[in-house]
Design a binder for this molecule. Structure first.
Ligand code: HEM
Ligand SMILES: *[C@@H]1O[C@H](CO)[C@@H](O)[C@H](O)[C@H]1NC(C)=O
Ligand SMILES: *[C@@H]1O[C@H](CO)[C@@H](O)[C@H](O)[C@H]1NC(C)=O
Ligand SMILES: *[C@@H]1O[C@H](CO)[C@@H](O)[C@H](O)[C@H]1NC(C)=O
Length: 323
């Protein structure tokens, strides 16, 4: 579903609500690069649109990278740092994610317009917003002004990233530890409407017995795609019911028919408050888009570096000193 910026539904409510967002460490702003690099957001958008039109699964990869960046030590692009002799154990070794090449390509496009001005943390935030535009058909203002961190340590992953076997109370706790609400958890979980998953995250719900909270017909189809011996290699679509490259509120409808992949997804219907939010997001696609947009902006404010903290990396895979 490749669409142009002007065809996407623009959700402005947020921008009207707050032009700036203060965080513990400083202030992020809309149009942060309006004087230092007026074409920054356009360059990110152009590059992101091109990447997703070449490979429609990349929108999901970029949105997930943004989530993993922000939940581990804040949105500081620490997830993007490669292994080096001075940093042998970066975050990215802990969980295999896709989309690093895409982010490097987007960074190179921005560097060609304004070298040394736009942080990798902001590039990832803008690219995630633009992935929602291309794959979801809606767009929204995203705050800028994040700086890039100088360190990345895989041990920071543990306890930060929620696990797919968690129950709703644990998920709410994990989001609340980052300053996000249960509504944000439910809205952002809609990202599981697109992208791909490895069978290893699903087989625990299929063998030896089918998880009773999984739709039996769907479970039978999943058992064919993910046989008991499938291990980690086989991938399946997060949402096999409509187009798996479309970010939409279909996820919430799939929760209703128990056709979602993870326990952590289905558990959102086992608590009265989150179940009501799920139903509302299923019934009101535009309201969900606005909630998703608001939650993406809030997630983008987690523990950011601003002002003179950190640096503006030249390349996203290494700090400027080479670590
Ligand atoms: C609520 C807790 C969450 C859990 C337990 C969780 C867990 C997972 C797992 C296990 C996968 C499959 C990974 C693989 O097979 O390689 C996955 C994929 C994905 N997740 Fe989540 N996730 C959560 C929240 C989020 C959030 C907040 C977002 C973004 C807003 C997100 C976006 C995605 C996307 C887009 C994919 C597909 C990635 C791709 O296509 O490569 N997830 N998630
Ligand atoms: C983005 O793409 C448009 C349309 O192709 C082009 O006119 C514009 O110059 C591009 N902007 C940047 C910053 O690359
Ligand atoms: C996914 O969709 C295809 C085509 O409709 C179908 O053949 C396959 O069984 C589905 N897989 C699952 C796990 O539902
Ligand atoms: C299982 O999925 C089918 C197909 O979407 C649906 O008709 C049925 O109601 C679902 N069963 C349950 C228990 O939700």
């Amino acid at each position: 579903m490749a669409i142009s910026a002007c065809q996407a539904l623009l959700l402005m409510a947020l921008a009207a609500a707050a032009l700036m967002m203060s965080t513990a460490s400083g202030t992020l702003q809309y149009n942060f690069y309006s004087s230092s690099c007026p074409k920054a957001e356009e360059a990110v958008r152009n590059a992101t649109v091109k990447i997703i039109s070449n490979n429609p699964t990349m929108g999901a990869a970029i949105v997930r990278l943004f989530f993993h960046d922000c939940f581990v030590k804040g949105c500081d692009a620490s997830i993007l740092l490669d292994q080096s002799s001075s940093n042998p154990q970066p975050e990215k070794l802990a969980i295999p994610l896709r989309g690093y090449d895409a982010v490097n390509t987007i960074k190179a496009a921005v560097e060609a317009v304004c070298p040394g001005v736009v942080s990798c943390a902001d590039i990832l935030a803008f690219a995630a917003r633009d992935s929602a535009m291309v794959s979801g058909g809606f767009t929204f203002p995203m705050l800028g002004g994040r700086r890039d961190g100088l360190a990345s340590d895989l041990r920071d992953i543990f306890g930060s990233i929620p696990a797919p076997n968690m129950q709703v109370q644990q998920l709410v706790g994990s989001f609340s530890a980052k300053g996000l609400s249960a509504g944000d958890l439910v809205a952002l979980s809609g990202a599981h409407s697109f992208g791909i998953t490895h069978c290893s995250f699903v087989t625990p719900r299929l063998y030896p017995a089918v998880d009773p909270t999984l739709n039996a017909t769907y479970a039978a189809a999943l058992r064919k795609v993910c046989p008991q011996s499938s291990g980690g290699g086989t991938v399946l679509n997060n949402n096999n019911i409509t187009d798996p490259n479309v970010l939409s509120n279909q996820y919430y409808k799939n929760l209703g028919t128990r056709e979602v992949l993870f326990k952590s997804d289905q558990t959102l219907t086992s608590d009265a408050a989150t179940a009501k939010m799920v139903q509302d997001n299923a019934d009101n696609p535009v309201a969900w888009m606005a909630r998703f947009a608001g939650a993406m902006v809030r997630m983008g404010g987690i523990e950011v570096l601003t002002g003179n903290q950190g640096e503006i990396r030249k390349v996203c895979g290494a700090t400027n000193s080479g670590s």
